[in-house]
Design a protein around this ligand. Structure first.
Ligand code: FES
Length: 563
């Protein structure tokens, strides 16, 4: 079956179903010729609440043009759209809802292929989870990154500089009037955050995964090339509708490995690991944390972008983007891996920029000898934790300090700036009950603020540990995704104020320095774990079904039984 004949509504009479469907679609003015074409669905994630997706209407127009030029019939349809700053309690809480919505709409409506237009952090992961499960040929079109802002001769980037300058404001280094001006300039155009945050990381990983066109990750959101990329994606979607491949034929274990190599090499966001794990999980592919860590030891950080380095996405693009990066990583990649339009070798060969530049470093001069992330284990994180070592302070990578424990986000907000808080620069800030079930939704709260009294005296970084996530745009010596989380009985729940915690990134260790018997006694004394629940609706479903960080925080009933 193709086009309009796919997935007929069930009335018990297929011919009548088609008759009725045609009657209604004709109300939109379509001709019989149009209705005989292959159909390319286009997700519309435009929303007044999603500034990052402000260019989506123009992109849809261009995708439609591409589809029509290639002889297909474009049909746009709305899905859930999520913006980082407009989602309560946190966008991660809603990612799986968007994935379910997108999957079911792809499955329920007649389409031979689909163009997934997304960008803001959780949107493309949700769409790829959906595409993996629906397994209808699909191509991702990212909305593209914002251009940089400017203030007093300095380039500003959302949201690494949002955090840095907010910290300066908290420490009284800049005043209220100044921070207001900065606020207006941090996000000067539509598009996704232009540092190597989660949105940029995912866009680059998706290009390496083979699910978008070459250069689709980096072309600025505002540029004519972005519109041309949309038109080309529309054309490619018609080819996909005719001949495939399906997402399951592109997103293979080799393709995920390629995506993880690129994620390590770009100083990528820790969130990308959770999302790639969730997407792979839909296809029965397991991302092994220890293998990811091993990759990180072999793959250097080559991209000099904030928060690990200096530049921004537009500079990465004009330096040659992902294709040029792939040529630096050639020996670490499987270039035969399939993409939506060819192979990864074709993507690599799409690099046209050959000039000297300082954004994509050669292997002989990396920004960081090892990859952006390291996996930690120990009595505090039996199933693993993650640190973005490329954005951490070198002097804190091996550190032992006193635990200063916060029981929840509310406790953190109430006490972190209290002048009476017993805290020193050498201490380790611990936040618990901020994981997938604890918060709920595993908010980006892992970037605990430096207590005001320490910030005022010039402290810019401390070791911080939590079962939360962190924005990909943030920086610091921050241990995240401690698994299992404290709300389901993870050992973070058992740490007491004043106890010593040892972080040793080189040894990949995070340890509470008490003996194993004492930890076991505390676990026994704490009694049976009562996991948090919520009474109704999506929230109840979320609490019942969400998996831990090492399983991508997908819902247990959405992954195949092998995961
Ligand atoms: Fe949308 Fe950063 S807020 S990508």
């Amino acid at each position: 079956m193709k086009g309009l004949q796919r997935g007929l509504t069930n009335y018990g009479d297929a011919e009548f179903s088609m008759f009725l469907r045609k009657a209604f679609i004709k109300a939109m003015g379509y001709s019989d010729d149009a209705l005989q074409r292959r159909i390319v669905g286009i997700t519309n994630t435009y929303s007044d609440y999603n500034a990052c997706h402000g260019n989506v209407p123009k992109l849809i127009e261009a995708v439609k043009r591409g589809v029509l030029l290639a002889g297909g019939l474009p049909m746009e349809f709305p899905t859930v759209s999520i913006h980082e700053s407009f989602a309560y309690p946190t966008s991660m809480f809603l990612r799986n809802l968007m994935a379910m919505d997108t999957e079911e709409m792809i499955r329920a409506q007649p389409m031979d292929s689909v163009v997934l237009i997304g960008g803001c952090d959780k949107t493309i992961p949700a769409q790829l989870m959906a595409a993996a499960s629906a397994d209808v040929p699909a191509i991702v079109l990212p909305v593209g990154p914002m251009l940089v802002g400017h203030y007093q001769g300095e380039a500003l980037g959302a949201c690494t500089d949002c955090r840095r300058l907010w910290s300066d404001f908290r420490a009284d280094r800049i005043g209220a009037a100044e921070i207001e001006v900065i606020n207006e300039r941090l996000a000067p155009t539509t598009g996704t955050c232009m540092v190597m945050g989660t949105a940029s990381t995912i866009a680059c990983a998706v290009e390496a995964l083979g699910m978008s066109l070459p250069l689709a990750a980096t072309i600025p959101a505002t540029h004519a090339d972005r519109i041309r990329c949309a038109e080309a994606s529309g054309r490619a979607a018609v080819m996909l509708a005719e001949k495939g491949p399906r997402p399951s034929e592109v997103m293979t274990a080799a393709a995920f490995r390629n995506a993880l190599v690129v994620t390590q090499s770009i100083g990528g966001s820790t969130n990308a690991l959770i999302h790639l794990t969730a997407i792979a999980g839909r296809l029965g592919i397991q991302i092994d944390l220890d293998e990811f860590d091993t990759l990180g030891r072999a793959v250097p950080v080559l991209i000099d972008l904030k928060p690990s380095g200096q530049h921004y996405m537009e500079h990465f693009h004009w330096a040659g983007g992902v294709p040029r990066l792939l040529s630096e990583l050639e020996d670490l990649l499987d270039l035969k891996a399939r993409t939506v339009v060819g192979t990864l070798a074709d993507t690599m060969n799409a690099a046209t920029e050959t000039h000297e530049q300082a954004v994509i470093r050669p292997r002989s001069n990396p920004l960081n000898q090892s990859g952006s992330m390291a996996v930690l284990r120990g009595n505090l994180a039996p199933r693993g934790a993650i640190i973005k070592q490329s954005a951490a302070s070198p002097q804190l990578m091996q550190h032992t300090g006193r635990a200063v424990v916060f029981d929840s986000l509310e406790d953190l907000a109430a006490r972190i700036d209290d002048d009476a808080l017993d805290v020193n620069a050498d201490d380790v800030l611990v936040l618990r009950n901020a994981g997938p079930k604890g918060a709920p939704g595993m908010p980006e709260a892992g970037y605990l603020p430096i207590p005001k009294k320490l910030a005022r005296s010039g402290v810019k970084d401390m070791v911080r540990i939590s079962d939360a996530r962190m924005s990909g745009t943030a920086f610091g010596t921050i241990v995240l995704h401690v698994t299992p989380e404290s709300a389901v009985g993870g050992p973070l729940a058992l740490v007491r104020n004043g106890e010593r915690i040892e972080l040793d990134v080189a040894a990949r260790r995070i340890e509470l320095l008490i003996d194993a018997d004492e930890l076991a006694r505390r676990r026994t004394r704490a009694g049976a774990v009562v996991e948090p629940t919520l009474p109704r609706g999506y929230a109840a479903l979320f609490m019942r079904s969400v998996l831990q960080a090492d399983q991508g925080c997908d819902f247990d009933f959405l992954v195949p039984p092998t995961i």
